[in-house]
Design a protein around this ligand. Structure first.
Ligand SMILES: Cc1ncc(COP(=O)(O)O)c(C=O)c1O
Length: 234
């Protein structure tokens, strides 16, 4: 499918009974279990299925699949905001004592999260000149858990050579997280240039309506690189 078609229909097969093309909004927190054993198996993750809306919801599932498909990924996770997606992406792989390497040419909320909030949790954030991949390399050490950049910076509009960053990071076994909010997958698909995880503020451009906040995070394919490629959007 072309990306234009994926943007409209990706991740959803029309309901076989009604043939409705629009995605239903499943207003449920909870799901029925066939029996006690089915419930137990769902919670033990022995069988696939819906457990609880905070963890999964059929409407959210379409969004996750759609964004991941547009990015050329295999899976996605939708969150309440872009900041939540970035927080999840980093905190899933880094813990107190670890560090991530990035540049200061970032969206202001992300800069503040990195410069002020993560250090409070013991995660050090090291800032390099976005124009000089060699400067990033010098900051990577055994405790570096991720390299993070925006494909096109907000608000600077700078373009980061994250293909070069991916080569440097992968040589050290470090995954690359790219915030692809500004160009969207319509103009740039970071997985094609070596990214391992893609995050979005869907609020800003991809689903911009000025009335809702959303985010997603996705991964591409089981990569031969250091990690499974993912995309997250919020
Ligand atoms: C590049 C970028 N990343 C992340 C965010 C944060 O997203 P949200 O406002 O959905 O939390 C924004 C918001 O404008 C952004 O422009």
């Amino acid at each position: 499918m072309k990306i234009d078609t994926i943007a409209v229909h990706g991740g959803y097969t029309p309901d076989p009974t009604t043939k409705a093309v629009a995605v239903p909004v499943y207003q449920t927190t909870s799901y029925a279990f066939d029996n006690t054993q089915h419930g137990a198996d769902l919670f033990d993750l022995k069988v696939a299925g819906n457990i609880y809306t905070r963890i999964m919801n059929p409407t959210t599932d379409v969004l996750e699949k759609r964004v991941a498909e547009m990015e050329g990924g295999i899976a996605g996770l939708a969150l309440a905001s872009g900041m939540a997606a970035i927080t999840y992406a980093v905190m899933t792989i880094a813990e107190a004592g670890d560090n991530i390497v990035t540049s200061s040419a970032l969206y202001g909320g992300t800069y503040n999260l990195f410069a002020h909030t993560f250090p409070q949790y013991g995660i050090e954030v090291r800032f390099a000149d976005y124009r000089d991949p060699g400067a990033w390399e010098k900051l990577i050490d055994d405790k570096t858990k991720a390299v993070f950049c925006e494909s096109v910076g907000n608000p600077l509009g700078n373009v980061v050579d994250f293909g070069a960053l991916a080569r440097i990071a992968h040589a050290r076994g470090v995954p690359v997280i790219v915030d692809n909010t500004v160009p969207t997958p319509y103009l740039c698909r970071p997985f094609e240039h070596g990214a391992d995880i893609v995050v979005h503020s869907l609020t800003s451009i991809l689903a911009a309506t000025a009335i809702r906040s959303a985010a997603s995070l996705s991964t591409p394919a089981i990569s031969p690189g250091p990690s499974t490629r993912r995309s997250f959007a919020g």
